[in-house]
Write a protein that binds this ligand. Sequence first.
Ligand code: HEM
Length: 333
Amino acid sequence: VLTPPPASSVLAACDVTASSRDDLAALFRRIHARADAVHAAGTATVTAAVGASLFDGRFGLAATRPKRLVPMPEFPGDVPDPAWCHGDLLLQICAERPEAAGTVADDLIVPGLRPRWRLDGFRQENGTLPDRRPTARNLFGFREGAGNPDPGDSPLMDRLVWVTDDRDEPAWTVGGSYQVIRLIRFATALWNAEPEPRQEAVFGRRKRDGVPLGHGRETEDFDYSRDPDGLVIPLDAHIRRANPRTAATADNRILRRGYSYRRGLDTTGRPDEGLAFICFQQDVERGFATVQRRLADEALAKYVLTYGGGYFFVLPGVSSAAGDYLGRALVGG
Ligand code: HEM
């Protein structure tokens, strides 16, 4: 969640075919053993996150559902394709080399899991800003990452990203995080036909180096109070809607860690490419959902289409040394 994102990733959403609570516990033990071996070898990192559907009647888990974990709702403009939405369990595998991420993903799809959808991603110009925040260039040619909270700031991560023990949540969720995936297709040809100044007005940052319009540095802190009418950064610019940078909206901040993807043509013959938007937050309603509602009618909307993804809850990390395994606090045994 907080480690610098390697250049490649696989998102693998699965349904659980195991039928009893014991079988589910055995499944988590198998996944844990393999993920643990991968971490020990240092070839990739694995996170496992559960979807709302795991808390239906099958395993008697309804009473332990993270409070805000619901199936991802449809937002204005979404065109969901059921084949690319939701899942009982989401595995995210990240590695520097795409083959390594793919091999680990294959290995983690153990008996008891049925693949539902899967998407490979990459981060172009993957790097780190001078202040530690990761950055990459998306398929619209813009740098992403500068507006993120600093993942190295632990008190801030406890406030924005991790479920802490003072939240009104089931005990097992402490140390976990809500993970949102949005599969977003880009209308790249339409975008590329726009002159650069128009593109920059859509995001509110300079294309070349990510500097906020009217400012001097990519990582500069600024506020919008001196530009109330949006003459410098338009009122419908992506960064302005996403984070108005006011005291009242400070707790809506989210940690983004997305990956670009490219995979052949869509059903109309255009390249199917875009962004696997990924973000983490302590409370999905206060974080992602609030931000997404603010983005309705933003200038970027006409160039993108969200067709998949889901809401998930990342299982808290565990220590194998203590005989613990991923998911044990949830399923017991
Ligand atoms: C539709 C595809 C999207 C693209 C191409 C995109 C691209 C960008 C870019 C280029 C930036 C500026 C650099 C940065 O701060 O990282 C940015 C910032 C941001 N985006 Fe997006 N984004 C997309 C979707 C989303 C979605 C779905 C959300 C959340 C609902 C979101 C939330 C944010 C936030 C919170 C910021 C930081 C703004 C700031 O602090 O100034 N983005 N995005």
